[in-house]
Ligand binder design. Structure first.
Ligand SMILES: [Zn+2]
Length: 196
């Protein structure tokens, strides 16, 4: 129940500039579509409101696919949150994560700053180190909690949990193999977000 939660955890939504009426961003770092009805040749069609699943890029930043009039665009979640709540990014600046975690796109964790400040953040928080960490072939960083023990090696964690789940999902649901990568990225987003 919303009124039982402390106000600090209440999620606030704002329209994303340039996507008003289509998508909104929240101060918790989530993106959702807006319920809307569109006139078509045969009458009208209603698009429902829903949370947009994010994917993780190789640089560990989260992206979402936004669609309008049949055309899609891949957008970085941290930029959408800042554009909605703070405004456009000033020239020469970029979005920085205060705690150095690119998976943490809550508004309180974001700020506009210069690239050099962002690099300092990265070295303080070890993001640079992370980019050299071992990765699965899909580019997911092999750190907890995205690690499972390989059955043949009981001492070491060495397999990508996200890709392992995706393989199981594809096998179980008899999905096309081509969907596996997107499913793996989605699992990876969930695993890393739950850990944040
Ligand atoms: Zn993986």
């Amino acid at each position: 129940m919303a009124d039982e939660q402390p106000t600090s955890t209440a999620e606030h939504w704002k329209p994303i500039p340039g996507w008003e009426g289509y998508y909104e961003a929240s101060d918790h770092g989530r993106i959702r579509s807006v319920r809307r009805t569109v006139k078509t040749e045969r009458g009208q069609r209603t698009f429902r409101a829903q949370i947009i699943k994010s994917s993780v890029r190789k640089d560990l930043h989260f992206t979402v696919g936004l669609y309008r009039d049949g055309a899609g665009k891949c957008m970085r979640v941290h930029r959408l949150v800042m554009a909605a709540f703070v405004g456009p990014c000033p020239d020469g600046m970029e979005v920085c994560h205060n705690n150095g975690d690119p998976a943490d796109n809550r508004l309180v964790n974001l700020r506009y700053d210069t690239r050099s400040e962002n690099m300092i953040d990265a070295s303080i928080h070890g993001t640079h180190h992370n980019t050299r960490k071992r990765r699965c072939p899909r580019g997911h960083v092999l750190v907890m909690p995205n690690l499972i023990r390989a059955p043949w090696d009981k001492r070491r964690f060495r397999m990508c949990l996200a890709c392992n789940r995706a393989s199981a999902h594809v096998a179980y649901h008899k999905d096309r193999k081509g969907d596996r990568d997107a499913i793996a990225d989605s699992y990876y987003s969930d695993i890393m977000r739950d850990a944040a």
